[in-house]
Every structure is written in C-alpha cells, then in structure tokens.
Ligand binder design. Structure first.
Ligand code: PLP
Length: 414
C-alpha cells in the first residue's frame, strides 16, 4: 500500500513541508537540500538490516552486502578528508562528538571549547549538554571584532591545562587556523579535536584549510555543507585513536548502525568527490560573500565585517530591534534564518542581537551572486522598515516568484 493511502496525515504533512521548502528561501546556515539519490537510498530496504559491529566483524548474519556498503562509505570518506581512518556510524553530529570524547577522555577530564554564545556548539562543553556534565568544561570566545584571538586561547589553555581542545564552530564566519590551534594544544599536551560540521563541504573542496594533519581527530555532520543525509562521521590518522573511536561508538553509545543512512552517506560522498562539488563549494562561498557585500553597502553591521565561508552574522547591537524581531520579520517575508547572539551581546539568548544567514541551501537550488544580490537587498529593505507588514507580504510574494525559478524537488518522496 502507498503512504498516501495508508497514512494520509503524514503524507499530507510531508507534502506541506515540501511546499514550505520550495516557496521559502532557506537561509539557515546549517541546512541544505540533499540529493534525490540520497533520499532514494534512505528510503530503501537497507533500513531493515541489523549490523552491529563493523565490516567483517559483525554480531549478525547476512551482512555481506551491508559490509560492502559501509566499506565503500569508509573508503570514500577517507579519500575526501585525506586521512587514514573513518567511522561512518555516528547517527548525528552530537553522537560523533560524544564518541570522540568517549574515546579520548575519562569523566571529569578537562576540555576547552568555544563558548556557545560566541559561536560554539552545545557539544563543545555547554553545561546543559552531556559534554559539560561529564567533563569539566572551559571556554574561549571571540573578540568584539568577531574573531578568535589565538593568543588569548593559548593563555586560557595554559591556565586550564585541558586534556582536549575543541576547535570548530556553529556560527563563526572566518577561517579557523588549525595550525595555530595545534601549537596551542602542543604547548599544554592536549589532544586537538576539530568539529568541522559547518565547514566540511568547503574543506573537502579545498575552499577552507584542512584540519589534517594538524588535528588528532576530526568530526563532522554529513547534512550541512556536505549536503548528504542527516548523520555524523569521525576521522583520524592515528590507528590507536581509531580503535578507541570504534569501540566508543559501538558498543559505547550506539547499537545497530543505520545502514540506509550509511549507504546515503556513501552516495553523498560520491557527490563530494566529483569535480562539480568543487564548483558548488566555490559558489557557496561566492554567494555568502556577495550577501555580505550587499548588507554592508546597505549600512548593516556584520560580525567580523564579512565572511570567509558559507555564513554571515548580522549584528543589531546598534538597532532598536532584536535578532528575534529580525528573524520574525524575515520569516514573514519568506526567508528562513535564525536569531543568534553576537559578540558584546546585551540581550538574552532567546532575544539576541543578531541573525545567522547561510548560503548552502540556496546555492544547492542553483542560485548565484545575482540572486544573492537581490535577496541581500530585500533583507535590508525589510529590516530598514521592520514594522511594515505590507512590505513583508509583498516581498514574500516576490521571493516566492524568485524561488519558483529554482525548483529542486519535483516530489516529496523519492
Ligand atoms: C559545529 C557543530 N557540531 C555538531 C553539531 C551537531 O549535529 P547534530 O545536530 O547532527 O547532532 C552541530 C549542529 O548544529 C554543529 O553546528
């Protein structure tokens, strides 16, 4: 029986979500539109298979084909990141990070990561996350200019003496200098762990410096700039660490791997290894740059005054309206983004003084600098007159028209 006939409620809601994804301009920096082939294999019979363990060493029979699938995913992942070992089983970025900590740390060990309110991720030691509950977490941040001050990170590391330093962020618009982090980690004898969830798609295209050979261990999501299925991965060049990671993921924190998602990761990696991928990643950066240029020309303040990657952080510290107000006004105008704290924040994390805008999803739809120029100007128009509801309605219609020229999916289910 088809989904349409069996469960009309879920069928209709999925189609409504397709309409939303089609009609709105998706500018949440962590989101993307994955490939139809990725969706196809995720909806396949591979979901039926239990395969606890790793290729060649499973706890279930009948794993000959999923072994080949996982091996392909591992080999492609290693090639992409130019490293010796990869674990493609983490169900999410958060579980990948939990797996990294489990491999290298004991409860109570000290970790040093980027503060959540400065652009870090929950899993980098935030007190509400298991990373902040199981380990003693300390933080570095960004300066008022929106950049990491590596001398300050070194000073904090020297005082804290962490066992592991996390570099990588969810909201940082500038290149991360992995070599400098290596020097800092070496100065205190810490492991260096890069979480490249946000920038991985740029890294594998050579559009952002690689965390290897500087980092001991690297994690990523596969669904952000990498544009694959929702999931996580862990990479290293160190055989001892690789063995610890494998047992930290299974049986440490996970049971049966999601074989349909691992197959989808392999398909995503095949895209990431193609020549077209380099063109895509370049365009992601060029589009973010264009957006930044337009917003600056319209007299808006950007954290760090620009971008080196796929995202732009607007600061409204000098404005009467908040990040939450801007987020809502843009949502009413057909643009989806998220409110974000900014350096020197004066409002609460629920209100904030900024928004984060990303280029990956619209680039996947085929938009280029010309479209980002239009969109940047529309964003400025809306924010210039933030209480003008009529303007929001008319911009929403205009942007729906623009979006209709860049259709990515012809159906919700593949
Ligand atoms: C830097 C970073 N690491 C890890 C994650 C967690 O990924 P997931 O949502 O798949 O758990 C995110 C997600 O936003 C992230 O930005």
């Amino acid at each position: 029986m088809s989904l349409e006939n069996f469960d009309r409620e879920i069928y209709d809601l999925t189609n409504s979500e397709l309409k939303r994804q089609t009609n709105y301009l998706e500018m949440i920096a962590s989101e993307n539109f994955t490939y139809p082939e990725v969706l196809e294999v995720m909806g396949s019979i591979l979901t039926n298979k239990y395969a606890e363990g790793y290729p060649g060493k499973r706890y279930y029979g009948g794993c000959e084909f999923v072994d080949e699938i996982e091996t392909l995913a591992i080999e492609r992942c290693k090639k992409l990141f130019n490293c010796n070992f990869a674990n493609v089983q983490p169900n999410s970025g958060s579980q990948a990070n939990q797996g990294v900590y489990g491999a290298l740390l004991n409860p109570g060990d000290k970790i040093l990561g980027m503060d959540l309110s400065h652009g870090g991720h929950l899993t980098h030691g935030a007190k509400v996350s298991s990373s902040g509950k199981m380990y003693e977490s300390f933080f570095y941040g960004v300066e008022l200019d929106g950049r990491i001050n590596y001398d300050k990170v070194a000073d904090i590391a020297n005082i804290v003496k962490p066992k592991l330093i996390v570099c990588g962020a969810s909201a940082y618009a500038r290149e991360i200098d992995f070599a400098k982090f290596r020097e800092i980690a070496d100065s205190v004898g810490a492991y260096l762990f890069a979480d490249v969830a946000h920038i991985a798609g740029l890294v594998v295209a050579g559009e952002h410096k690689s965390p290897f050979p500087h980092c001991d261990i690297v994690s990523s999501t596969t669904h952000k700039t990498l544009r694959g299925p929702r999931g996580g991965i862990i990479m290293t060049n160190d055989e001892v660490i690789a063995k610890k990671v494998n047992s930290s993921i299974f049986p440490g924190i996970q049971g049966g791997p999601l074989m349909h998602v691992i197959a989808a990761k392999a398909v995503g990696f095949k895209h990431n290894l193609s020549d077209e991928w380099k063109v895509y990643a370049k365009q992601v950066k060029a589009n973010a740059k264009k957006l930044a240029e337009v917003l600056i020309s319209r007299k808006y303040n950007l954290v760090s005054n620009g971008t080196d990657n796929h995202l732009v952080l607007m600061s409204f510290l000098d404005k009467e309206f908040s990040g939450k107000d801007a987020d809502m006004a843009l949502e009413n105008s057909g643009i989806t983004c998220n409110k974000n704290t900014v350096p020197g924040e004066t409002r609460s994390p629920f209100i904030t003084s900024g928004i984060r805008l990303g280029s990956p999803a619209l680039t996947s739809r085929g938009m280029k600098e010309a479209e980002f120029e239009i969109i940047g100007n529309k964003i400025a128009d809306i924010l210039d007159d933030i209480n003008n509801k009529d303007l929001q309605i008319s911009v929403k219609n205009e942007l729906k028209e623009l979006a209709s020229k860049f259709i990515i999916y012809d159906k919700a289910m593949y």
